[in-house]
Write a new protein. Structure first.
Length: 261
């Protein structure tokens, strides 16, 4: 049976580091990211053109790596949550969670009975049954599953304490661009209103024993987030990392070419 090292590390009070994929969702990406040291990979299904058939193959390949695969889905609807887990994600991130009731619905959709209401598909577990039988197998899967609730609207921020308190919500994740826009200060991450919002999410997480995560755009930003109390960080997004790396190399080579001329 698959385990969830990220969930286990968080339970021990540790911090975990990963990355986010929005463009290069190929079978080899998990192996590459894992080889680079990523402990988790967040695959985006909200803002991309990917479908479940495409991500199913990518998540299947990810099983051969040590990085834990998470899948961000666009909505709290049962079909998004349960299907994301069925195709191989060990955790699902749900965008724009805005109420405790919505969080409870997500938690129920992600766990098998008696904890939740996730439907059981025999073929999806293949040969992963524990010798102790079905009940033990479903209990193991329930305990390994992670739900990351995104706080990225003013409405979600207003009830973040209630969302954090819901059993089955494992992580609060700040969608910083959307949250800043929802607060009327798009991209103003140094604005006191946004700083206070982040502090409120961190406080809610601490009060409920739920770690808080976010994407960081640089090592310096990530170090600051760690100092503030963040426990999960996704270092950049694949398209940004690729473009920045190519730009740096091309600019250096262009300077060398011009110097030689």
């Amino acid at each position: 049976m698959r385990t969830n090292p990220v969930k286990e590390a968080l339970a021990r009070g540790e911090t975990v580091l990963g990355t986010m994929v929005t463009e290069f969702a190929t079978p080899g990406i998990a192996r590459l990211a894992s080889g680079a040291g990523a402990e988790f990979i967040l695959f985006d299904l909200e803002h991309t053109g990917y479908d479940y058939e495409r991500l199913r193959n990518v998540l299947a390949a990810a099983e051969a790596s040590s990085a834990v695969p998470f899948l961000r889905v666009p909505d709290a609807d049962y079909q998004f949550v349960s299907r994301g887990l069925d195709i191989g994600a060990l955790g699902v991130m749900v965008a724009s969670v805005e109420s405790a009731e919505e969080a409870e619905s997500i938690a129920a959709a992600s766990r098998f009975p008696p904890t939740g209401k996730r439907g059981f598909g025999l073929v999806l577990l293949r040969d992963d049954f524990l010798p102790e039988g079905l009940a033990a197998t479903l209990d193991h899967v329930n305990r390994a599953t992670m739900i990351l609730a995104q706080i990225e609207t003013a409405a979600g921020l207003d009830v973040v304490e209630k969302i954090a308190a819901v059993e089955g919500i494992d992580v609060l994740w700040i969608g910083h661009f959307d949250l800043s826009a929802s607060l009327g200060i798009p991209g103003e991450f140094e604005n006191p209103l946004f700083v206070d919002a982040v502090d409120r999410v961190l406080k809610a997480g601490k009060a409920s024993g739920k770690p808080v995560g976010m994407v960081c755009s640089s090592v310096e930003e990530g170090a600051d987030l760690l100092r503030r109390g963040f426990r999960l960080l996704a270092y950049q997004i694949d398209v940004v990392l690729y473009q920045d790396s190519v730009r740096a190399g091309i600019n250096a080579l262009r300077a060398a070419r011009d110097g030689a001329a």
